[in-house]
Every structure is written in structure tokens, then in C-alpha cells.
Design a protein around this ligand. Structure first.
Ligand code: DGL
Length: 259
């Protein structure tokens, strides 16, 4: 089926997920929506996150999306059940990769860096309970990190300092896996690698989301049959320069949207 995949996030972070999807499904057209005007979602109420997720979904459906990737842990953990029961397209969500971390850890101590909205959600709690039995999960809210990434300040000393502060208690507890539970955070990996000792493995959910997207497209028989170069459009309702810099080198349209 030659219709685009719709992808949304509270901002530019979900482009880290878009990249994995594009790698695995290079012929699929995509429309990406960055709701940067309303970022961060992580400090909003469940109801606000739900309303914003509905608005983003309806925009992508108006653009003809055949499947929607909720490329935001906060929106997934707070809104995906509602979206799945109220709209007639498949939804792919993203959640902190607790299961792979639980399987990988040797120290039986795993750190999770995520937003308050994700860490306080019942979906996150049930996933942790199900997959992390016998494992200590050290949670850390990444207060301020999404704002810094949205402002294009990944390599600023401020970001470095904040991450150092957030990592210190986890390192003291001897974690050997750090789960990045927010789609913005893969952009912090170069900085995290400077801070974390080599025995700490950083785990994010991007590849798993791409694999799941492919599987669901196949199952629903809605993979594109086109071999043409895929078309990619990125919309933001805020300043588009950071978004543009993150998809630099990609043949894509990046546009501002009043939304
Ligand atoms: N990318 C969103 C997530 O994965 C960021 C959350 C926010 O806007 O606070 O959770």
C-alpha cells in the first residue's frame, strides 16, 4: 500500500526512531510531526498528554498515514491504549527497553533515564514488574534534558553537567546497563559515552521499534510495493532549525506548520 507512515513525538527526539525505521524500510514514505511547541510532554498531566496525542494522530491521519508510530515514550505509556481503541490504523509504540536490559545485566542493577510522565505511568510499572524480577531498577527523571536537546544544546557544558549529576547515583550502585527511556536521549549517547565507564551498556528502543513496524506492516499486508525513492516530510510547529540539523543529509522536506 503506497501511503506514508506517520510518526510523531513531542519534538525532535523521535527522529532517532525515524532513522532506524528508514534504515529497515527504505522504500516507505514518511511524515514526521514534531510537536515542539508543546514539548516537553514529560511534565504534563496524563490528560494533557492524551489530548496532544489525539491531535497529533488526527493530523497524521488527515495526511493519509496508513500506520502511526508514537515515537515518544511519554505519549506511548500514557495514550497508546486509547489511540488503539479509537482509531482504525495500527499503532506502534515505544517503551523503555527494560526486558533486554534485564536479560543483559550481570550486576542485576539497571538504570532507567526517562521523563516523569513515563516513569510514573502504569504501563512502565507493569513492564518493569513483568520483566525485571530480581533486578534492581534505578529510575532517574531526566529533568531539563528534553529542553536542552530541543534547543540544540547537546554538546553544551550544561548538558554534560546535568548528565553527570544524573548518572552519579546509578554508577555508585554499580549499574551495568543504562536504558534510555525517551526518544530524545539517543542524541545524548556521545556525551554519555564520555561519562560512563565502558562496562555500562547503553540500550535504547529504536531498532526494536523499527523491527516491530516492519512486522506489523507485513502482518497487515500494507508494506509499500513501490521501488521509487521514498519521500520524507518533517513538520515542526516551532523553530525548524534544530529539526533540520538532525535530519541533515537526508533527502527530505522540512517545514514549519501552524499546529
Ligand atoms: N521524546 C519524548 C519521550 O520519548 C520526550 C518526552 C518529553 O517531551 O518530555 O518520552
Amino acid at each position: 500500500m503506497h501511503k506514508p507512515l506517520g510518526i510523531f513525538d513531542s519534538g525532535v527526539g523521535g527522529t532517532s526512531i525515524w532513522r532506524e525505521i528508514q534504515k529497515l524500510l527504505p522504500n516507505e514514505d514518511t511524515i514526521y510531526l514534531a510537536d515542539s511547541k508543546n514539548a516537553p510532554y514529560g511534565i504534563k498531566s496524563k490528560e494533557d498528554i492524551l489530548q496532544l496525542s489525539i491531535k497529533n494522530t488526527e493530523f497524521l491521519l488527515e495526511q493519509g498515514a496508513k500506520l502511526i508510530v508514537v515515537a515518544c515514550n511519554t505519549a506511548t505509556t500514557n495514550a497508546i491504549d486509547f489511540l488503539r481503541s479509537n482509531y482504525n490504523v495500527p499503532f506502534i509504540g515505544i517503551e523503555p527497553a527494560i526486558k533486554p536490559a534485564a536479560l543483559h545485566t550481570k550486576t542485576k542493577k539497571v538504570g532507567v533515564l526517562a521523563t516523569k510522565g513515563t516513569l510514573s505511568s502504569s504501563l512502565f510499572h507493569s513492564t518493569s514488574k513483568m520483566f525485571a524480577e530480581g533486578i534492581t531498577v534505578l529510575e532517574q527523571e531526566g529533568v531539563g534534558l528534553v529542553e536542552l536537546i530541543e534547543a540544540g544544546k547537546v554538546h553544551d557544558p550544561e548538558t554534560h553537567e546535568l548528565l553527570r549529576k544524573y548518572m552519579a547515583p546509578m554508577l555508585q550502585e554499580n549499574i551495568d546497563c543504562l536504558v534510555l527511556g525517551c526518544s530524545h536521549y539517543p542524541y545524548l549517547i556521545p556525551v554519555l559515552k564520555e561519562i560512563l565507564p565502558p562496562q555500562v551498556t547503553i540500550i535504547d528502543s529504536g531498532e526494536a521499534v523499527a523491527r516491530q513496524t516492519k512486522a506489523v506492516l507485513e502482518k497487515n499486508q500494507i508494506l509499500t510495493t513501490s521501488n521509487n525513492t521514498a519521500k520524507h516530510v518533517f513538520y515542526s510547529n516551532s523553530d525548524i532549525e534544530v529539526l533540520r540539523s538532525l535530519v541533515n543529509g537526508v533527502d527530505a522536506e522540512v517545514a514549519h506548520l501552524d499546529f
